[in-house]
Design a protein around this ligand. Structure first.
Ligand code: OOG
Ligand code: MG
Length: 252
């Protein structure tokens, strides 16, 4: 489809100008999920061409809570750029974003390459460097944060930012699915959840990803939101509280 580059450039322009666009599927009625992944790949190519660095991948819509959140009921994958990372404790910029949201996730970093159609949970565990609490910042480039499956895939799964904790939970690997997490906005608890919400175990999300994509040593993978995402605006303070670490930021 010759519109692929055009759609990718429109999405990039939406990020640059902080102006939401119409859902692609409204204007291209036969826009498929496969077309969405082609747009996503083109977007990555354009980003790399302008000096951005790929630092990992993300899975999305891997929990029922998230699927209900955006009314799309299938897991999706996207990519992470180094420029998306916000250092732990740093403020999160709202000025470059359209309608940001935040969600708690489990993140995994890798010390060995991983990938292939027969990857197992055992292979994933052998390749892991660390498992850390994290949060993802989403910012759909579509009007009203509203999209179909193919649209959100094209839009790199709404990826906009992420923050990693420092507390490696690898030694507690079997406890992770039942480790509680809650999200506070300005002191008020808005969401609570457990990582088991993500496919029973967030590491199964990595298995699914590794079957589709090669993960390189040093990369980070976000396994998918555990709860629904929470919108935030300038001045808000967000805390994501885990048993071993709290991630906090102020939106500026
Ligand atoms: C789509 C991205 C989903 C997750 O963790 O489920 C996602 C969205 O909610 O805009 O990142
Ligand atoms: Mg997410």
């Amino acid at each position: 489809m010759e519109d692929i580059r055009q759609v990718a450039e429109k999405l990039r322009e939406a990020i640059r100008t902080r102006t939401p666009i119409r859902q692609v599927s409204l204007d291209i009625p036969n826009f498929t999920v496969e077309n969405g992944y082609s747009v996503q790949a083109m977007g990555l190519e354009i980003a790399l061409g302008s000096g951005e660095k790929l630092c990992g991948y993300k899975m999305g819509l891997t929990s029922r809570a998230k699927q209900r959140d955006v009314k799309v009921f299938e897991p999706i994958r996207g990519y992470l750029l180094a420029s998306m990372e916000v250092a732990k404790g740093s403020p999160v910029e709202t000025s470059g974003r359209i309608h940001p949201r935040v969600e708690p996730e489990v993140a995994v970093t890798f010390k060995a390459p991983l990938g292939g159609p027969n990857v197992t949970l055992r292979d994933v565990i052998a390749a892991i460097d660390s498992i850390v609490p994290s949060l993802e910042i989403l910012d759909s480039r579509f009007e009203a944060f509203s999209f179909k499956l193919a649209d959100v895939v094209a839009d790199n799964t709404s990826a906009s930012g992420f923050m990693l904790g420092r507390e490696n939970m690898l030694s507690k690997i079997s406890e992770i699915p039942l480790m509680g997490v809650y999200l506070r906005k300005n002191g008020e608890i808005l969401e609570t959840g457990t990582p088991a919400a993500v496919l029973g175990d967030p590491l199964l999300s990595v298995v699914a990803l590794a079957k589709q994509t090669r993960i390189e040593p040093g990369m980070v993978v976000l396994t998918g939101g555990i709860t629904a995402s929470v919108p935030f605006a300038k001045g808000d303070v967000i805390d994501i509280v885990w048993p071993y670490e709290t991630l906090t930021f102020r939106a500026v």
